[in-house]
Write a protein that binds this ligand. Structure first.
Ligand SMILES: NC(=O)c1ccc[n+]([C@@H]2O[C@H](COP(=O)([O-])OP(=O)(O)OC[C@H]3O[C@@H](n4cnc5c(N)ncnc54)[C@H](OP(=O)(O)O)[C@@H]3O)[C@@H](O)[C@H]2O)c1
Length: 268
């Protein structure tokens, strides 16, 4: 039962968002601030994070802490793990990037960074946050995966594999956590207008307008699904159809189609 003092002065909910300086992470931060969450914002660009924190404090009157960190760096990631272990109501593992081209021609160090950020940091932060969440019998983790997680991604091989890890890992945890009061979600967007494509050096002029979503639409779909306890979330009708197709089409067909698209778009 709720204590009287908690009713008078309810504890503020706290969320940590990685990759909060841009794109989907920035949209999560705004939406959660609007809902009254206190926030911890993580990314490398401290100046950008400070600007966003100031805006959110001013607009919504919430507490916003800035925690600049390169999550591919073990020591810097450990600082964020400590913040995650201190007690969160919501962790959004969102920071990520993709590399495109023939795997053997891509710089190996960058491929390793991609695995460190998209997989290793996400696993470490999830582990750090979960213990206290399970102890409290309350909490949620949103792991930002991708539609790319549902099939092999030729010419985007490492990225697709990191996201396949994220979706599989999250689905497995959802079962391990059944009955604990803690929920996890794999958020699997398709093309979303953010800095992602530009950072990856992608030409995306050929992607039809109806295939693009805004970061806000993706975040709305995620948070609505979180209320319902949905584990794998694919925002947008066209992407729901594609995800369904990926689930039923033979793997070798998916590979071949992916190879043809990848060769025409991304082969370098
Ligand atoms: N946009 C899409 O079409 C799309 C589709 C499916 C899935 N996703 C996924 O959505 C997530 C968010 O991407 P986005 O589209 O919002 O991309 P974005 O606009 O490029 O934002 C990426 C965020 O991650 C941060 N980040 C990058 N490297 C980092 C590092 N080493 N350490 C800490 N933070 C780092 C960036 O900030 P700093 O540069 O300041 O560090 C930025 O805040 C990613 O996991 C991505 O794979 C995107």
């Amino acid at each position: 039962m709720e204590h009287t003092s908690e009713r008078k002065n309810p504890r503020r909910q706290k969320a940590l968002v990685t990759g909060a300086s841009a794109g989907i992470g920035a949209a999560f931060a705004s939406r959660l601030a609007r809902e009254g969450y206190d926030l911890v914002l993580v990314a490398r660009d401290e100046k950008r994070l400070q600007m966003r924190a100031k805006e959110l404090r001013g607009e919504y009157g919430v507490g916003v802490e800035v925690l600049p960190a390169d999550l591919t760096d073990t020591d810097q990631c450990a600082r964020v793990e400590r913040a995650a272990a201190a007690g969160l109501d919501l962790l959004v593992n969102n920071a990520g990037f993709g590399t495109f081209g023939s795997f053997w021609k891509l710089p190996l160090d960058r491929e390793e960074e991609e695995i460190r950020l998209n997989v290793l940091a996400l696993v470490r932060l999830t582990h750090a946050a979960l213990r206290k969440m399970v102890e409290r019998g309350h909490g949620a983790i949103i792991n930002v995966s991708s539609l790319a997680s549902f099939q092999p991604m030729p010419f985007n091989a490492t990225y697709g594999a990191t996201k396949a890890y994220v979706t599989s890992f999250t689905e497995a945890l959802a079962e391990e956590l059944r009955g604990t009061g803690v929920t996890v979600q794999a958020l699997c967007p398709g093309f979303t207008r953010t800095e992602f494509q530009q950072r990856a050096g992608l030409r995306v002029s050929g992607v039809p307008a109806f295939m693009w979503m805004t970061a806000e639409e993706v975040v709305d779909a995620s948070l609505a699904a979180l209320q319902k306890g949905q584990v794998v979330v694919v925002p947008g009708a066209p992407y729901k159809a594609l995800a369904l197709l990926s689930g039923i089409a033979p793997r070798q067909v998916l590979r071949r189609i992916g190879g043809m698209i990848g060769r025409s778009q991304f082969a370098r």
